[in-house]
Design a protein around this ligand. Structure first.
Ligand SMILES: [Zn+2]
Length: 424
């Protein structure tokens, strides 16, 4: 029997057509609130109540570990920044956390509009796999579980968190972290992300370095006058790639050389610019090692630039000033990772045929905001259909197979019923 109905299809099509690109990656605020209301309306039809629907308070900016990019964006947009990104909590059955099963998915997406269409059993659109499609499957699952067990809400609590602030480097600080801090969690917390139908009980987290140059530029008629940020940042990029990227990968971490920006003209020496580096790490211990590695390598690179580039007229001014005009700051760092085990919940999952990604799995753990839901007496997993790479999340052509959404909804409905059995 299929879970997928015309209603689910029209809900997902509407969510995909609604611009919920995170303002972290856009100049516009988007329509997250509208998408949340549409989702809430559908959830109410199957028996959920809206427990919480509110934008984050601006006071979140005073909390520790808020990425500096969030502060900068909030400063740019003003009060509208948070107003436009409400979080939604839906609840069925009011029970304490130890009798509650929670699903969390993010409604915000990365930038890059993708045409919404249905073709050959696949649904295309930004967020189809990451993670609007999965959010719709949660409703399908609850509906199916209720068909099989109509009194479900009497025995267990079900919570759905539909959050913003997951993408764009916000790391859940004004979405999932905020809800978890309000004691919104269950005995088992399922964070819906594409994990190829096996669950992770661990995630990586990410730290971002910004290497900035703030020097004097010049015209192309006097190229030797300018402190050439393009040459300096390109040289640093080259040195860091060769010197630390092998070590980073050997530590079990990932290094992404992100954007390098100075300017776009052919006839100017740009005296300022920046380079962004992102590092994903599997534990806070490794994060600390990474921090030292990167800071050392940066200091060495600047020193080498000073020595090796002074002989080139085009780079001389930048070389002379490199130590003064080039700096490294951390946009974000020291954020926790998810790492938890739980015998009884692992048995429950295994019993209904949901496998665990172990160290031998070809799919590697990744960063999301699941770590905020971990804590004593609960188990938090990341679990969903599809694959970050194969389903082209964050890329052109993002899609989700309808058959995969259907299978996922079936698995979640079995999980809901098994959880109800377990706690009764
Ligand atoms: Zn994503």
């Amino acid at each position: 029997m299929h879970c997928w109905t015309d209603t689910d299809q029209s809900l997902l099509l509407e969510l995909l057509a609604t611009d919920t690109v995170t303002p972290m990656e856009s100049d516009s605020l988007g329509n997250l609130a509208h998408a949340q209301s549409v989702y809430a309306d559908h959830a109410k039809r199957i028996g959920f109540e809206v427990d919480y629907f509110a934008p984050p308070a601006a006071s979140i900016l005073e909390e520790p570990d808020v990425p500096s990019s969030v502060r900068e964006k909030a400063g740019l947009f003003g009060a509208k920044f948070f107003d436009a990104q409400p979080n939604l909590v839906l609840r069925m059955g009011n029970h304490p956390a130890h009798r509650t099963l929670l699903f969390n998915f993010h409604m915000d997406t990365v930038a890059g509009f993708e045409p919404v269409l249905l073709r050959d059993g696949k649904i295309y659109g930004r967020g189809a796999a990451d993670a609007k499609g999965l959010g719709v499957a949660v409703l399908m699952a609850v509906r199916r579980a209720l068909q099989l067990h109509p009194g479900l809400g009497d025995g267990i609590g079900l919570i759905i968190q539909s959050v913003g602030g997951e993408e764009g480097g916000a790391m859940g600080v004004y979405g999932t972290r905020l809800l978890a801090a309000k004691s919104c969690y269950g005995r088992l917390n399922v964070v819906c992300e594409p994990t190829d139908f096996a669950y992770f009980d661990r995630t990586t987290s990410a730290m971002t370095a910004r290497i900035a140059v703030q020097g004097e530029g010049s015209t192309d008629d006097e190229p030797a006058q300018g402190q050439n940020a393009t040459i300096l940042l390109a040289a640093i990029t080259d040195m860091l790639t060769r010197e630390i990227s092998p070590a980073v990968f050997n530590m079990g971490a990932k290094m992404c050389i992100g954007g390098l920006h100075t300017g776009t003209m052919h006839n100017r020496v740009y005296g300022s610019g920046c380079l962004l580096l992102n590092f994903a790490y599997p534990s806070l211990e490794i994060a600390r090692e990474l921090e030292a590695l990167v800071e050392n390598a940066f200091t060495n690179a600047v020193e080498r630039f000073q020595n090796e580039y002074a002989r080139y007229a085009a780079a001389r001014a930048a070389a002379a000033a490199a130590r003064d005009i080039c700096s490294l700051t951390w946009v974000k760092r020291r954020l926790p990772v998810l790492a938890n085990r739980d015998c009884s919940m692992e048995n429950l999952l295994a019993g209904i045929g949901i496998p665990r990604h172990d160290g031998n799995s070809s799919t590697m753990p990744f960063s999301c905001d699941a770590m905020w839901l971990q804590g004593p007496d609960r188990f938090t997993i990341v679990f969903g259909p599809g694959h970050l790479g194969r389903n082209k999340t964050h890329a052109v052509g993002e899609f989700m197979d309808l058959a995969d959404l259907d299978l996922y909804a079936h698995q979640l409905s079995r999980l809901i019923l098994a959880f109800a059995d377990h706690v009764s």
